[in-house]
Ligand binder design. Structure first.
Ligand SMILES: Nc1ncnc2c1ncn2[C@@H]1O[C@H](COP(=O)(O)OP(=O)(O)O)[C@@H](O)[C@H]1O
Ligand SMILES: CC(=O)N[C@@H](CCC(=O)OP(=O)(O)O)C(=O)O
Length: 306
């Protein structure tokens, strides 16, 4: 005899069966990444919704639980913007990088190493994980130096040296402290702040820091979570795959601009240095990391060497 609940129960059962099937199908992918390091860059835009930040934290805990070694490197650009505005400090950006004077670098370190880092650590710990927050200063993880970069002056066509103040770049990564965590249940969460030889603090673009850490840890994959579906062409369509020479062309013709420049450059650098694949993904999509790693339905832009 059927009761009024029967259809619901059957529906529930079908839904759970579907979930069990999905889980079972992800087994070969999980095996593929078992004991492998995956560096995940969690961008400031991707973390703006509390719900998404909670889902992200759960996904990171799940990765660790199934034997992957996730290393989280986070940004916080929009959150730094808010604090600088409150303090009435004006800072321009050049090609996606924040000009960083002495007052700004203090705020950058406070927001990245203090506020955001601890928010992510807390979210992962609340989700049942065991996260530890570090900045590039801890354990000499990121020894930094002043960023050396030139830019062509559009009028004279002459390469000019860019002086971005306390913007740094990784000079040397000492992954020793991360190696220690790999043998344990600890999930490292890294703020992109580094120390120079003279003890000065450098503000490092989070994408750049993630790339350097991915290369130094021989990561299998680097995943960049941001607030767009990936790299878009001029008509707004997703570019599913890009090689080094295509990246250069897209930057030159203005298709790729602003914060997307350090992202694609970092991905290229990472794959050139041995990271198997670098992907730019939409962090606003729930479970974007799990979809990318454990299903054949990864979406976004994959960056490959030429
Ligand atoms: N070709 C492009 N495709 C997609 N986004 C682009 C492109 N060129 C520039 N962008 C900009 O880059 C931004 C992502 O970089 P950024 O703001 O630094 O993100 P995050 O905070 O996640 O690091 C996008 O929101 C978009 O405004
Ligand atoms: C030099 C430089 O630009 N540093 C970045 C560091 C944070 C960051 O990269 O955050 P997102 O990943 O959210 O953009 C900044 O000051 O905003």
């Amino acid at each position: 005899m059927t009761t009024p609940e029967t259809p619901d129960i059957l529906q529930d059962r079908a839904a759970w069966l579907e979930r069990a099937k999905t889980l079972s199908e992800s087994l070969p992918f999980m095996r593929q990444y078992s004991d492998e390091t995956v560096v995940i860059k969690f961008g400031g835009h991707a973390m703006e919704s509390d719900d998404l930040a909670r889902l992200f934290a759960r996904d990171i805990v799940l990765l660790k639980q199934v034997g992957v070694n996730p290393v989280v490197v986070h940004g916080g650009g929009p959150q730094i913007d808010v604090m600088l505005k409150r303090l009435d400090i004006q800072t321009p950006r050049v090609d996606g990088l924040r000009y960083t004077d002495e007052a700004t670098v203090e705020v950058v370190e406070m927001i990245l190493s203090g506020k955001i880092n601890k928010q992510i650590v807390s979210a992962i710990n609340e989700a049942g994980g065991f996260a530890v927050g570090l900045s590039g200063k801890d354990g000499h993880l990121i020894r930094a130096r002043k960023l050396r970069r030139t830019k062509k002056d559009p009028d004279s066509n002459i390469e000019k040296i860019l002086d971005l103040g306390f913007v740094g770049e990784p000079a040397e990564i000492t992954p020793h402290i991360l190696d220690v965590f790999q043998q344990t249940d600890v999930i490292p969460v890294i703020a992109p702040v580094g120390m120079g030889n003279a003890g000065e603090t450098f503000n490092i673009n989070a994408d750049t820091a993630a790339g350097a850490i991915a290369a130094a840890t021989n990561a299998r994959r680097m995943i960049m979570l941001t607030d767009v579906p990936g790299v878009l062409d001029k008509a707004g369509n997703l570019i599913p795959e890009m090689t080094a020479s295509q990246v250069a062309g897209y930057i030159a013709d203005g298709t790729i601009s602003g914060g997307m420049i350090p992202k694609v450059e970092t991905c290229l650098e990472a794959v050139t240095q041995g990271v198997e694949a670098a992907v730019i993904l939409d962090g606003r999509v729930p479970h974007a990391v799990l979809l990318e790693l454990f299903t054949p339905h990864g979406v976004g832009t994959l960056i490959k060497a030429d």
